[in-house]
Design a protein around this ligand. Structure first.
Ligand code: ADP
Ligand code: MG
Length: 335
């Protein structure tokens, strides 16, 4: 016998105890009633993951659960917000207990890591799609936005760039793997399916970052959003971009910088810091053991310029776009 919607909510979702300090009413009533700590502002973000679009149809239920929460946590991280609550809207073809149990394990293990409370949501029948709305706290006036980058600021990224894109090609059987590549390929798949939201980094850089964004569509596209919002340009030195281990073993099979810079789904943070704050930044990142790399500099002249060993590099497409079909951009050359 199948599960009813109400059994699912009661048996799978209502298991965690709510924090009485900030959750006045959680799951089970018509609305959640929540308390924002005095002096804080609420940062809110929503993401939908559609089967076959945001994750391959072969993705495990555990990974879908993890990723549903990770994408929203990554948005909070990019603004320097501390995660607090999540709403979860699930559209499912059926209420299949084994799938749901595994989904919940992925979802709740990440939620407990960051002390995020599931406070409500919805369950509907239809093609598999998951929407999460994340809520976080940030001290009033201290959120990091995309709009604060200034000429001369240094551009940093966390972790490595492009691993999730390789993972996607792998999962879609579009890469032939050399034998010695097996260990690396596991890392790429992990980066795709279990992204590690940089929550601690977002909190740590609040006092030094002038702008930040999380990398969901691709480094080039997401950095371009910062440049647009800040009305500035940038140069990125490609030789400094931190690349995933093992990339060289499959480099002939992928479209080089195009693949790395527009691959998306890495959920790392790209951020800018004024030169006088760099020493403090390195100290903060050392403390939380988060790897960061200097990849470029903000310039007054608008546009994103890519350079490799002083030579200009051009890519055709900045990053993933819904509804894009044949809509392509060309990144400026060095001029
Ligand atoms: P209503 O019909 O009044 O909108 P529902 O029957 O949809 O209420 O939901 C009952 C309770 O269960 C609500 O508190 C709702 O927030 C919660 N809920 C429903 N679906 C989910 C879900 N996927 N995750 C968390 N809570 C949920
Ligand atoms: Mg109601």
């Amino acid at each position: 016998m199948g599960l009813s919607e109400f059994e699912f909510i009661k048996d799978y979702l209502l298991k965690t105890n709510h924090r009485p300090e900030d959750v006045v009413h959680g799951i089970g009533d018509d609305c959640a009633v929540l308390k924002v700590p005095p002096g804080d502002e609420l940062a809110v973000s929503m993401d939908t993951l559609v089967n076959g679009v945001h994750f391959p149809v072969t993705t495990s239920a555990y990974d879908i659960g993890h990723k549903s929460l990770a994408v929203g946590l990554s948005d909070l991280a990019a603004m320097g917000a501390r995660p607090a609550w999540v709403m979860l809207a699930l559209t499912l073809p059926e209420l299949e207990p084994i799938w749901l149990k595994s989904f919940c394990e992925g979802f709740f293990s990440l939620a407990s890591q960051y002390n995020v409370q599931l406070v409500g949501g919805d369950v509907t029948q239809g093609p598999l799609s998951i929407t999460t709305q994340l809520h976080g706290f940030v001290k009033a006036g201290t959120a990091i936005t995309r709009a604060g980058a200034k000429t001369g600021d240094r551009i940093y990224v966390s972790g490595t760039i492009g691993g999730a894109g390789l993972g996607l090609l792998l999962q879609q059987n579009k890469l032939k793997l050399p034998q010695q590549c097996l260990e690396f390929s596991q890392q790429w798949l992990k980066q795709l399916n279990r992204p590690n939201p940089r929550v601690e980094l977002g909190l740590a850089i609040r006092e030094v970052a002038s702008a930040a964004i999380d990398i969901s569509d691709g480094l080039a596209a997401d950095l371009q959003h910062v440049l647009d919002a800040s009305s500035v340009g940038a140069i990125v030195n490609l030789e400094n971009v931190p690349l995933p281990d093992g990339l060289s073993m499959v480099i002939e099979q992928v479209s080089g910088w195009q693949q790395i810079l527009s691959g998306g789904d890495d959920f790392e943070i790209c951020f800018t810091v004024a030169a006088q704050n760099e020493a403090k930044l390195l100290e903060l990142c050392n403390k939380i053991e988060c790897p960061i790399t200097l990849i470029g500099e903000i310039q007054a002249h608008t546009g994103l310029r890519l350079s490799l060993q002083q030579q200009p590099v051009t890519i055709e497409k900045l990053g993933y776009e819904h509804f894009a079909q044949c809509n392509s951009h060309t990144v400026n050359r060095i001029d």
